[in-house]
Design a protein around this ligand. Structure first.
Ligand code: DGP
Length: 114
């Protein structure tokens, strides 16, 4: 069985507050929110990071972003604004090696990314 935390969340072996699920994507609230709305969107199929994406994943990545926009609207942050982040490897601070899109919003954010 996979030791990946997010794979276990997708299968329900680790509890989470799931806000969206379809055949390709699961979205759940971050355990350590960095903003009033902080949702993680993950592909149901394990992919380590952006570095592991192939041409076959293009539709999946587009779908992740599209669902993020829908969730932003559902959360009431679409008009105010929000940020989508995918951390990749050590310098970006990736800690869970199952590709995930952070959806952050609900209060003004400082612009510099670093
Ligand atoms: P990153 O640094 O980009 O790899 O972000 C990983 C995020 O995953 C971090 O914001 C905290 C979150 N996280 C880690 N473990 C769990 C968990 O068990 N449940 C939930 N809901 N979020 C988790």
């Amino acid at each position: 069985m996979s030791e990946c935390i997010f794979c276990k969340i997708i299968t329900g072996d680790i509890p989470s507050t799931t806000v969206f699920r379809d055949e390709q994507v699961t979205a759940f609230r971050d355990i350590n929110p960095a903003a009033p709305t902080h949702i993680l969107l993950v592909p149901n199929r394990h992919i380590d990071s952006v570095n592991a994406l192939t041409g076959e994943d293009e539709q999946l990545v587009g779908h992740l972003v599209k669902v993020a926009g829908q969730l932003a609207a559902q959360e009431g942050i679409a008009e105010g604004g929000y940020r989508l982040i995918i951390n990749t490897n050590a310098d970006a601070g990736q800690t869970v090696f199952h590709i995930h899109l952070h959806l952050l919003g609900g209060s003004p954010m400082k612009h510099p990314m670093g």
